[in-house]
Design a protein around this ligand. Sequence first.
Ligand SMILES: *[C@@H]1O[C@H](CO)[C@@H](O)[C@H](O)[C@H]1NC(C)=O
Ligand SMILES: *[C@@H]1O[C@H](CO)[C@@H](O)[C@H](O)[C@H]1NC(C)=O
Ligand SMILES: *[C@@H]1O[C@H](CO)[C@@H](O)[C@H](O)[C@H]1NC(C)=O
Ligand SMILES: *[C@@H]1O[C@H](CO)[C@@H](O)[C@H](O)[C@H]1NC(C)=O
Ligand SMILES: *[C@@H]1O[C@H](CO)[C@@H](O)[C@H](O)[C@H]1NC(C)=O
Ligand SMILES: *[C@@H]1O[C@H](CO)[C@@H](O)[C@H](O)[C@H]1NC(C)=O
Length: 810
Amino acid sequence: MAYPCFRTTLNLLLFLVLTLSVFAQTPNVNVTLGSHLIASDSSVPWKSPSGDFAFGFHKINDQKLFLLGIWFDGIPEKTLVWYANGDDLAPEGSKVELTLDGSFRLTSPQGREIWNPRSSVDGVAYAALLNNGNFILTDNSSKSLWESFKDPRDTMLPTQILEVGGKLSSRLQESNYSKGRFLLRLQPNDGSIVLKTIALPTDSEYGTYFTSNTSDEASPNSSGYQLVLDKSGHLNVLLHSRSVVNLTMGREFPAGDYFYRATLDVDGLFTLYGHPRAQINGRWGRTWFAIWSVPENICSDSNGDLGGGPCGYNSYCSLGTNRRPLCECLPGFSLSDTNNKFGGCQQNSLPNCGQGKEKPEDLYAIQEVQNTFWPTSSNYEMMPSLNEDECRRLCLSDCNCVVAVIKGGFCHKKKLPLSNGRKDYTTFGKALVKVSNSAVSSDEPSRPKSDTGNKNQTTSVLAGAILLGSSALLIFLFIVGVSLFLLQGHHRRRKLTRSSSILETNLRSFTYKDLKEATDGFREQLGRGSFGTVYKGLLTSQSSRNYVAVKKLERMVQEGEKEFKTEASAIAKTHPKNLVRLLGFCDEGTNRLLVYEFMSNGTLASFLFGISKPDWNKRIQMASGIARALTYLHEECSTQIIHCDIKPQNILLDDTFTARISDFGLAKLLMNEQTRTQTGIRGTRGYVAPEWFRNMPITAKVDVYSYGVMLLEIICCRKCLDMENENEEEIILADWAYDCYKRRKLGKLVETDEEAKNDMKKLERLVMVSIWCMQEDPSLRPSMWTVTQMLEGIIQVSAPPCPSPFSSIS
Ligand SMILES: *[C@@H]1O[C@H](CO)[C@@H](O)[C@H](O)[C@H]1NC(C)=O
Ligand SMILES: *[C@@H]1O[C@H](CO)[C@@H](O)[C@H](O)[C@H]1NC(C)=O
Ligand SMILES: *[C@@H]1O[C@H](CO)[C@@H](O)[C@H](O)[C@H]1NC(C)=O
Ligand SMILES: *[C@@H]1O[C@H](CO)[C@@H](O)[C@H](O)[C@H]1NC(C)=O
Ligand SMILES: *[C@@H]1O[C@H](CO)[C@@H](O)[C@H](O)[C@H]1NC(C)=O
Ligand SMILES: *[C@@H]1O[C@H](CO)[C@@H](O)[C@H](O)[C@H]1NC(C)=O
């Protein structure tokens, strides 16, 4: 197995491509009369002078169809921010033209007009794409005749203003630019920003699921009249009274230089996104990430009687992390459009009811879905004081009944289609869903389990795809590279050598004798872990004396030498700040040892659970550092590393008390794949994720779970299990913490810690993050990257559900 660094290769390619495109053409500043673009694969767009934005034809998937649009052009992801013809895509060969007589239009190869700026503009003297992403048509006195900023689609950019009556409209699907079900509007009558669902294909509006409350009926002069996204990414409503309502108030913006956009997303959330403007250390750290969004809970806020709601018909909505809706079909139903998880569900075929001799009760069975309910408007019967058995029986024998809900002492009988369903762990409602008798066992509720696939398989498939994809590109780039070399060879060579040296490791190979001497015959034991014993050692050379930690591996289930070396050097390649660095190894016969840098301040466990508690801010700093390091292991190094045994005993502290993760990578080194079953549970009691006990695939989410447990320990400075505790409810830290969170008594968790008590807001945020991490359902747990952003307050944390709902459907 090899460990090519895909990301570095990709970055290099990107760097070449970007450099290339800069050389290929200087940006068109003014689009003059007679200019045109033709829709084709090789069409070169018009660019803003800065190169940040481009206007031109964007190809839709693999079809020979094009969208005329504006996109971010300076970043790898060419995010569309405006599009002309979402409902009527342009075939190849279509032409957008600023005609000699001063009109602007998009026509098909047959001459059919596909789109023109709404108020059919004439007398255009020139067009230009400005640096802020606004495309303008101007007359000969430089008066603007039309601007894309004044005719928005689903996105606003910094400096863009939405006037009274103006609106944004979501797209239908991520890659279908037709009008979607959601609308944002600055209300003409009351000056509020509202989010609404609409009755497609018309513009007729249904219920409001968010309002900015910037209306003032008593004095209309103080109502809102403009929505502005300012240069630093703040969304403001300007009021006639000249005051400003800051919608993004209280959000902490990331430090540094970012692109911003505010988009009404496909799932109905109005979201402010940030994206770094430039690479850091030769990498695009991140793509778009959400900084702020409304509404707080789209599942419960959009609960009108009409329309499909955020999830479409016959599905139900539960709130994921970061306020996104998760949609699931009812048992016995499947997605109407398998590519669109927000598109609703349809019923799989059911035996006909009441037509044959068989009684309905014999044809059907009931499947339960906990904590799930619909607005009462979908009822056709509602009967008080029936118990669950009676309710179940009545629905089974009634041909009209598709679902019955037991809630608040009532039995609600419901008919199709069902809309605005939701699952909410804080509510006791139970849906009884009628399914075909023969399908009971196989008809599990369906949710795309996208991130629970076999990791190894996906990694290698991905790797293969990248290699295949890039080889064609490489040939092309080689040709281009030669000419590029002539232009700026010197500069490029410097770049190249720098990035390849990052790949090199100075992993040293030791003999057993070396290490025996260094540790004075394995005399001073530093600790014992699941993989072996660690000894203190001293390496001396002419120039230096360095303490090291030597780990003698015991349970070796491995294969050949070569793998050991490859794995070890793969581990050695990962050395960001919060990981314990591997310096060398020994591989002689049955002796396998790893040599690490020595961490002078012991483990996080002895620090946290010792006599004097470390201070609050130091603890928070450690928690963030560990989260960043785990993000690195999960997402950023060339091969994903799942740690599998995150706990304070495996976090070491260096001489500056910086927390560093140790023992990473060993899980893979020491275990073969077969041990990934229930019998081979790895990890430590109290920290292991529930997947280990079930027949579920093991993913990086097991580390997220353990991290959540450890985060609570860091917050409270106590162990996750405290069997000696007199208060029974405090024995299991996770349960106690959730309890305190629910009862708004978080102070109890940090009783003697004044600093933490005076920082309630942060305390609450950290506890909420840890509860999200400890969700029983791995798909509900955030990724480690999301955790880092939530800890820093960059991403909002929505109210977490109970980590282990009292009854789970799976
Ligand atoms: C674009 O064209 C207009 C009108 O001809 C002119 O006033 C303006 O200076 C031009 N802009 C640039 C940057 O060339
Ligand atoms: C600008 O356009 C108007 C009408 O199209 C025309 O009458 C006028 O002469 C033009 N001015 C210049 C300076 O070209
Ligand atoms: C987008 O969805 C609409 C409505 O379902 C459909 O008619 C149209 O063909 C879709 N467009 C694309 C590009 O898939
Ligand atoms: C607007 O007011 C309503 C009713 O008072 C309230 O429920 C809602 O949270 C407010 N929205 C905002 C954004 O303040
Ligand atoms: C609102 O503004 C208008 C003009 O700006 C003014 O005539 C009117 O008196 C104002 N009304 C109130 C209630 O302040
Ligand atoms: C809006 O709030 C942010 C902080 O949340 C602040 O930095 C910004 O200046 C505010 N904008 C206005 C116009 O008050």
